[in-house]
Design a protein. Structure first.
Length: 143
């Protein structure tokens, strides 16, 4: 590797990082009912197509999760932080996985298991059920 390649390496690494800018689900699209989060899909445009994802971030309710449609009518929710250092997770629509935005790029399947490290343990997942235009995310039943 020559000097020019060494100088370009950080730039190439930065360009290869996945986008961590998930759209944030607006508060009018969901409400917390007991230990569940109820989402109105009519208000959640980012989730209407396969590969669509949104971040649910509500500091007052201590919510931080990624919600995505991985296949037609199949929704998954992951805790929004990597188990290796706490970096934010993004959604990889091509693989249907949650992907760490840090340099290590840990990857988690829909069951929360580590597909690729350096994450030392699985990420918490939340069961999701769909009934018509409503998604219910079970927050207390998280693994």
């Amino acid at each position: 590797m020559n000097r020019r390649d060494l100088l370009r390496a950080p730039l190439l690494l930065a360009l290869s990082k996945p986008c961590c800018e998930l759209p944030v689900l607006q508060p009018q699209a969901y409400q917390k009912r007991g230990s569940s989060l109820v989402i109105d899909l009519r208000q959640a445009a980012h989730l209407k197509k396969v590969g669509g994802a949104a971040l649910v971030r509500d500091e007052a309710r201590q919510l931080y999760l990624i919600l995505a449609q991985t296949a037609p009518g199949e929704f998954h929710a992951w805790h929004g932080a990597c188990t290796h250092g706490g970096a934010p997770l993004a959604f990889d629509a091509r693989h249907g996985t949650a992907l760490c935005t840090s340099v290590g790029h840990s990857e988690f399947n829909p069951q929360g298991e580590v597909v690729r490290g350096p994450a030392p343990k699985p990420v918490r997942i939340f069961p999701v059920q769909r009934a018509g235009n409503t998604l219910t995310v079970q927050l207390e039943a998280a693994q």
